[in-house]
Design a protein. Sequence first.
Length: 574
Amino acid sequence: MKTRSSYYQLLPYIRQEWKTIALALSCTLAFTVFWPILAWLAGRIAGYIGEGNVGAIAQLAGFSAIIFFIRGIVQYSQDSLMAKAALKIALDLRKQVYAHLQRLNLSYFETAKTGDLSYRLTEDIDRIGEVVNKVFHQFVPCVLQLIVVLGYMVYLNWQLTLATFILAPLMALLIGWFGEKLLTVSRRSQNRISNLSALLTEVFSGIRLVQAFAAEEYEVKRFAQEAEHNRQAKYLAERLKAIQFVVVGFLEAMCVILLFFLGGWQISQGNLTGAEFVSYVAAVALLIDPISLLTSNYNEFKQGQASSDRIFELLIIQPSVVEKSDAVELPPVTGKVEYRQIDFAYSPDKPVLQNMNLLVTPGETIALVGASGAGKTTLLNLLPRFYDPQVGEIFIDGIDIQNVTLKSLRRQIGIVPQETILFSGTIAQNIAFGQTDFDLKDVQAAAEIANAHQFVTQLTQGYQTWVGERGVNLSGGQRQRIAIARAVLHNPRILILDEATSALDSESEALVQEALERIMKDRTVFIIAHRLATVRRADRILVLEQGQIVESGTHEELLAAGLRYARFYAQQFS
């Protein structure tokens, strides 16, 4: 059971902005001083109005104008400084959460909802920033205003003040009870919003498939159902807040009625003058706004706590693949790769690789074939440490990859995936992905090797052509050649080709295959392929079955053996 608010985890971020916050709070203190002065002025002006003293009223009016002007300057300083601090806190938190997510492993993102993560990084963190702003911008000033004005009211007549605020503890208890209920409802509401966001991301990413299967009505119904759940959760929160305002408003009205009754009685007893009672009523009026704001803010704090919980839930997730504290840089390698007695499973009861042993010499091309689920992709995902094996070790040039930094390891491994991912940006930026400073000549040279230069130069803006989201304005073959150019510019010693030509037409495949043959030269290459025509020239072909190597040899040797590979080949080319 959670006993401590996740807001405490915001303290390190708040401490980083302590200078700005301290300056804002000094303005808040100065701003608070003006409240009893305003109440005093109201009483004095009322007294002079009763006396008909126009000169004194004019003097007080001029003094009041000066007070309001100075008060406005102080208020502006307080508001702008607190907004600056709150936005910086939200920025620091957003950057840390995003950087933390970048360090998490593939296994986390395979189950996480993209829409939910996007919502947490945007809406949830914005809500936390708003709460921080309101704590110092409204909550603290309201508390100080209550203290100062109450002190002034006690000074005027302590008996009246004590009697008027006898209902205050009941109001505090009610506000606290409503706040806890609102926290529970807000958590449910924000989870519903995250689910809705995740659904939108999923559908818009696969809109082509939706339309291909004429599933528009199905998706509209699914969206309507999720949107209705979201509406119900939000409506429950709004009803709860509405009930709270009615109850608290009723108690405030009872306090005002009691005030006038007791005020009249105190005047009749000679304990209070009419001018003092006007000043007292003005002070009470000055309390209505802060009490209302405190009630509203308390609700928002509870709703914000749900956002804070969701953000710090992410920060406590630890990556399963981590660098050792004494990890060293992997020096430039020749490309010798060795798997020793590797066992790996995504879940304990379903082994994927079992006692896997493999030695690859520098410059050798290895092709992995086998049925889906045989472990081909898993075997190669272990090399850049997207996952770590439960048993066994992997070496590059005789160096255990668990003893080197992830960055230096992955810098020497290039991957051309089956599904090419391009990011919003120019073609040049996509080829030089991960590099902030790059030479366009190097980009062009890489594109020429990848058979991409010709089609890029035919585009209106050449290498500065903007690539749409996921590269939708380019053909599959063009996207794949950009991915190859990216790998060329990266200049890795080890290259992984994951079904790099499986989704292309024959013309595009020929261009891509030619580009691949260029970059494979003098590199250690791993090829995953279901289409056996792409692996004939591999130095060695490995046939995997149930996480084990069951055949190994050249294309001709495996055909001559007449076993699994020969059967696969016959099925494809019969």
